[in-house]
Write a protein that binds this ligand. Sequence first.
Ligand SMILES: Nc1nc2c(c(=O)[nH]1)N[C@H]1C(S)=C(S)[C@@H](COP(=O)(O)O)O[C@H]1N2
Ligand SMILES: [Mo]
Length: 560
Amino acid sequence: MAAIVAGKVQTPDEWKREQGMGPSEVLLRDLTLNDQSNINGDSSKEGEKEVDVDELFAEELPGWRGYIEWEDYPDKRAEAAAMLAKVASTFPPPPEFQLGPIPDTNPVLEGVRWKMWHKALGGPLKSIPEESWLRVIQEKHVDMLHLLQFPYNGEPPKRLVTAKPITPNPLFFVRNHGGIPDIDPSKYFLRLDGLVKEPKNISLADLQNEELFPRQTSMVTIQCSGTRRIEQINEYAGEGDEMINAPWAEGAIGTAQWTGVSLKKVIKYCGGLIDGAKHLELYGAETYFKHLEVQNYVVSVPWSKVKLNEVLLAWEMNGEPLPKIHGYPLRVVVFGYIGARSVKWLYRIKAIPKPSQHPVQSKEYLYFNGQVGKHNQLYTKGIQIQEMPVSSAIMEPLSKEIIIHNGSISVKGWAYSGGGHWPERVEVSPDGGFVWYEVPLANLSPKRKFAWRTWHIDLPVDAEGWLELTVRCWDNSLNTQPTFVRSAWNWGLHVTSSCHRVKIYSVNKSKKDTRERLELFEKHGIPFAPLTRPTEEFHIQEEPEVLKFWEEHDPRDVED
Ligand SMILES: Nc1nc2c(c(=O)[nH]1)N[C@H]1C(S)=C(S)[C@@H](COP(=O)(O)O)O[C@H]1N2
Ligand SMILES: [Mo]
């Protein structure tokens, strides 16, 4: 990479750089140096590996495709880490999608390094990226927006996010950190160990046996803490890993009826907890790469949450068997917490004294103060995100749409609050947040302790031109949302809960002049969009009319 010294070398994309529109290498201006040169690390080295890995990284159990156990085998982990360390420097850097343009493709991002990590270890991991993509094609709706091909991250388009208060399974967003295991339910069992009185392996059939466990069905919203991240990205760039910080819009949220057993009952079945156990560590079967280390997907929830019957082990989603992509045969659903705790392909639960040390719990999903960034971030400076705050979003109209209307605009969206709170009031503003109209209660879907409410309103709009539609929600504790993205921007780009804003161009046909102008467009066969196209086909005002006006009002100057 050529070093660029400010003012000396002009690149073809200089203009774009000056506008902060890319390209991907960020210029760095270090005022503490005399020589203000750009520092861009370039570390391409050759690495090689040639190991027989089929056995080393074999799947742990028959019938458990895609499950390689890492947590039990420190030596195997060390071997894998060493292999990755050798080749890591030959891999490309993460794609720049925050300072550079977001690609126009679908999938938006490919996950090149994630695929390469799997291939680099080889063995059963080698074909995981392709198999997982096939599963996406099989199980998800054709209209899904694929943010990241592998590990798969995808959300429904806005018009489908809130089309129904219960999200149909094929449209439910997917957030993966690795491949999609394919586990034979007849071979499946859940391992319970750690600080439980009687460690056990429990088969799926036993979990589903109503003589052993009462069945529970709950309507619960799962929201990723990355939902609406794109708004933070559009404000300022933050940490930029394409998987960890996928550029989600407002669709990384969904609501389903989940059926399974309460984890509390399962712990009881194991004789309860041993003194000192305060958290339950939840293990997902797929392989996860983090900082060139290899592991399973592991997080934890506190026992105090489990005790409330708010942690469900679910095998059914909306009355159907859990889709493979959503964690078949068994997943966790943690009510009112960030999605990250709702572990899919659950294979183990371990009772422990402190929250999990695993990276997804202790190094990701951290909520930093606004002045924390690359220069000073520490894991211990972030709040581990658990309960989601109150949030809401507009799903219709779309940003930058021209809306031709008769004095009111149909606005639709969702509102949600985590931690056992629920939306009580949703308000929509046509002017960026001065005047607020309340969504009539009849236009909100029914309230539930752990679910979103979808809503719609015919918003009175008199003004024309560019307007900013804004929404905010008040939950049952009268919590509401920060006003601007800037108010709660954070380095990890998590929990975008500020008032969602959509810029629209209002054309109010109930106004006579506007109506006549639209008729003129129609008469000349000119479409109104694109908005930016100058009107050349007719005079927007005829000369006699202009002269008549000038007779009555001096056009510009005044006499002494
Ligand atoms: N095993 C496993 N469980 C997981 C994840 C994962 O990558 N692996 N992602 C988590 C995150 S971050 C979210 S937001 C939810 C998303 O659930 P969904 O993909 O079923 O919508 O799953 C959680 N459970
Ligand atoms: Mo998430």
